[in-house]
Design a protein around this ligand. Structure first.
Ligand code: NAG
Ligand code: NAG
Length: 271
């Protein structure tokens, strides 16, 4: 009988388990994330202690014992952002919901659970991404070129491309600024087109978040613009013609005056 005891103890200890369904979890800025964690259940939760802790600095994200949340043990940056699913605890589910995700939440989380059956831990790695905002379009036109530009913010670095009418890749400018305080990249991308028509598509892919933005830009120049130019040209030409005729008339008039004056002089000198 004595040889059986360690064996029973070993089986008993090994029976308690804490595990996470996803070791890696993608959290989206501003959205809630559920960090999954399950353990060998015990219907009696009076002995249950659940602690969620950051791996980097051991800060307490959420604490639960005596059958209630222990919010004064929580690190202030997680105030009113965390929640355990209370009805799930007796079923062995210690998943944590974290709301209003920001760049600071990126990193490792430990789920530490103990109950009458044992104690254990498992960790989750939270990766961070931010959906790119609706790209803002601006168009700059000068006498020969049209510059089409889009601006947007997100995280991480996206793939940006511009395509022409046949789907061909176009050469473009790309500026990328890091906005440190809220962890977003500012993207400014522009394409310089030749007049008269612009038919291009701006494409931005944030592969981490499966985000794919396609924004076509079609610019055409109205015939009126051309007609106006012709009208202006016609007016200028007409004015030039009129001035030319006035000059000719003035010249002829001076000549005519001279001719009339000269015979008169001759007549007088003849006297
Ligand atoms: C735990 O509960 C949450 C909330 O109801 C649920 O989303 C999650 O899938 C559950 N996890 C497991 C492992 O049952
Ligand atoms: C722009 O290009 C697309 C093909 O990429 C074509 O279907 C569409 O008709 C074009 N629009 C104009 C106004 O040329």
């Amino acid at each position: 009988m004595r040889w059986l005891l360690p064996f029973v103890v070993a089986v008993f200890v090994a029976a308690f388990e804490v595990s996470v369904p996803d070791k890696q979890l993608m959290a989206i800025r501003g959205h809630p994330a559920v960090l999954g964690c399950k353990f060998t259940p015990d219907p009696d939760i009076s002995n249950l202690v659940v602690t969620w802790q950051r791996q980097e600095d051991s800060k307490v994200v959420h604490s639960f014992y005596y059958q209630m949340d222990q919010l004064d043990r929580q690190s202030p940056e997680y105030n009113s952002r965390t929640m355990l699913f209370k009805s799930e605890l007796s079923k062995g589910n210690a998943s944590l919901q974290l709301t209003a995700i920001s760049q600071k939440d990126k990193g490792g989380y430990m789920c530490i659970v103990s109950n009458a059956q044992g104690t254990g831990r498992a960790s989750v790695e939270l990766t961070y991404g931010a959906l790119y905002s609706e790209p803002r379009l601006s168009i700059h036109v000068n006498s020969s070129k049209v510059t089409v530009k889009f601006e947007t913010e997100g995280f991480p670095k996206p793939d940006v491309s511009w395509h022409g009418e046949q789907g061909e890749n176009l050469i473009h400018h790309l500026e990328l600024f890091e906005q440190t305080e809220d962890g977003l990249y500012i993207i400014k991308s522009s394409y310089e087109a030749q007049k008269p028509t612009v038919n291009v598509t701006f494409t931005l892919k944030n592969q981490f978040l499966n985000q794919n933005l396609e924004r076509p830009v079609i610019l055409t120049y109205d015939k009126d613009v051309a007609t106006n130019q012709v009208t202006v040209a016609l007016i200028v030409i007409s004015l030039m013609c009129i001035m030319f005729f006035i000059c000719i008339i003035l010249l002829m008039f001076r000549r005519f005056k001279k001719q009339r004056f000269v015979p008169g002089m001759n007549h007088h000198s003849g006297l």
